[in-house]
Design a protein around this ligand. Structure first.
Ligand SMILES: Nc1nc2c(ncn2[C@@H]2O[C@H](COP(=O)(O)OP(=O)(O)O[C@H]3O[C@H](CO)[C@@H](O)[C@H](O)[C@@H]3O)[C@@H](O)[C@H]2O)c(=O)[nH]1
Length: 311
C-alpha cells in the first residue's frame, strides 16, 4: 500500500510514518513545509504548501497514493487565540484545497481527516462521555476550524462520493512534542529545574480542566486501522475514554522528580475560554475497527520526562 502523510513535519507525522513503514510495510511519502527539517529512514519527503492548490494537485497526481493522512494543521489551541487568521487559513482553507483537488483526481485515494475532541467544546454533563453524533459547540478558534473541517469532509463525502473518514483525536502526548502543549511543557520545566537552569518553580495555566490523554504511538495505530477499516463519511473519536484533570497530570509529573518544586499560576498561560471537560466515548472505534489504547498514561509521562531530561 502507498500512503501520503500531508503535514508530517510535526509531532505525529514521524510516528505515523514509522508505524506504516516498519509495522505495516507501506511505501510512505511525507510532506513538510519548506521551513521544517525532517529525516526519516525509508520514507520519501516532499515540500508542500497546503495553501497552494496546484502544488497539492501535482503531488497527488505524481504519488498516486492509496491512502492520504491529512495532518497539516495549526494544532495549538493557545496559539489560535493569538493568530486566528493563520489558524483558519491552514485548517479550513488547507483542507478545502485538498478536498477540492481530490474531487478532480481520476484515481481517488481514501482520506483520513484529523479533527479534534475540541470540536465538541461546551459539553453538557449529561453528554459526557461524548459520542460522535452529539452537537458540536466549539469553545475556541482552533476548535471552530476543526469542526468546519469535519463538516467539509462530510459534505464532500456525501455530495461527491469522496472516500473520506473523519477523526476527532483527543489530546495525544509523548517524546518529541513541542513544549507549547501541557505535558511536554510540564516535563520540560521539571527537567530544566533538575538541571538547575530554572528556579524550582513550575509555571502553570488552568489546572482544573479535564482532558483525555493518549500516547501518540497508540493514536497512530488508530489512524492506520481507521484508514483501512473505517466507514466512508463517518467520524470516529480517538482517545482513551477517561479524562483526567491537568492538576493530576501535574502531580504525577512532579512526583517523578526528587526536586522540591513549587507551583505558580502564570496568568499569561490562562486562555480566554478553556472548556472544563472533554471526554470521549470510544465505543464506535473499538466496535468497528477493534482499536484499543495500550500504553499506560504513567508510562508515557515517564518517557516524556526522560526525553526532556536528555535534551
Ligand atoms: N499548554 C499548556 N496548557 C496548560 C498549562 N496549564 C494548564 N493547561 C491546560 O492544559 C489543557 C491542555 O492544553 P494543551 O496541552 O495546550 O492542549 P489542548 O489545548 O487541549 O489541545 C490539544 O488537544 C486537542 C485535542 O483535545 C488537539 O486537537 C490539539 O491539537 C492539541 O493537541 C488545557 O486545558 C490548558 O488550559 C500549561 O502550562 N501549558
Amino acid at each position: 500500500m502507498k500512503a501520503l502523510i500531508i503535514g508530517g513535519g510535526g509531532f505525529v507525522g514521524p510516528y505515523l510514518a514509522k508505524h506504516l513503514t516498519e509495522d505495516l510495510g507501506y511505501t510512505v511519502t511525507v510532506t513538510k513545509t519548506e521551513k521544517e527539517t525532517l529525516n526519516l529512514d525509508g520514507v520519501g519527503i516532499a515540500n508542500l504548501n497546503i495553501l497552494d492548490k496546484e502544488q497539492i494537485k501535482e503531488l497527488l497526481v505524481n504519488e498516486e497514493p492509496d491512502y492520504v493522512f491529512h495532518l497539516a494543521a495549526q494544532s495549538s489551541v493557545a496559539y489560535s487565540w493569538k493568530n486566528p487568521s493563520l489558524t483558519i487559513d491552514v485548517n479550513v482553507k488547507g483542507c478545502a484545497n485538498l478536498l477540492d483537488v481530490l474531487r478532480e483526481l481520476e484515481k481517488k485515494p481514501r482520506v483520513l481527516l484529523i479533527g479534534s475532541g475540541e470540536e465538541y467544546g461546551h459539553i453538557k454533563s449529561s453528554e459526557c462521555p461524548i459520542v460522535e453524533d452529539n452537537t458540536v459547540r466549539p469553545g475556541n478558534i482552533y476548535a471552530a476550524t476543526k469542526a468546519c473541517q469535519n463538516m467539509l469532509g462530510k459534505i464532500y463525502a456525501d455530495a461527491y462520493g469522496l472516500d473520506v473518514i473523519m477523526v476527532r483525536a483527543f489530546n495525544h502526548i509523548g517524546p518529541n512534542q513541542l513544549p507549547m502543549f501541557v505535558v511536554a511543557d510540564f516535563c520540560k520545566q521539571v527537567a530544566d529545574i533538575e538541571k538547575g537552569i530554572q528556579p524550582p518553580v513550575i509555571k502553570v495555566g488552568n489546572l482544573s480542566a479535564k482532558r483525555d490523554f493518549t500516547d501518540v504511538r497508540d493514536v497512530v495505530k488508530a489512524y492506520a486501522l481507521l484508514v483501512m477499516n473505517g466507514r466512508r463519511g463517518e467520524t470516529y473519536n480517538v482517545g482513551t475514554g477517561n479524562a483526567v484533570s491537568i492538576q493530576e497530570i501535574l502531580d504525577r509529573i512532579v512526583s517523578m522528580s526528587e526536586c522540591e518544586i513549587k507551583v505558580e499560576v502564570d496568568s499569561a498561560k490562562l486562555r480566554p475560554v478553556d472548556v472544563p471537560i472533554i471526554e470521549p466515548d470510544i465505543t464506535k472505534i473499538v466496535d468497528e475497527v477493534g482499536w484499543h489504547p495500550e500504553i499506560d498514561l504513567n508510562e508515557t509521562l515517564k518517557e516524556t520526562l526522560t526525553y526532556w531530561r536528555s535534551k
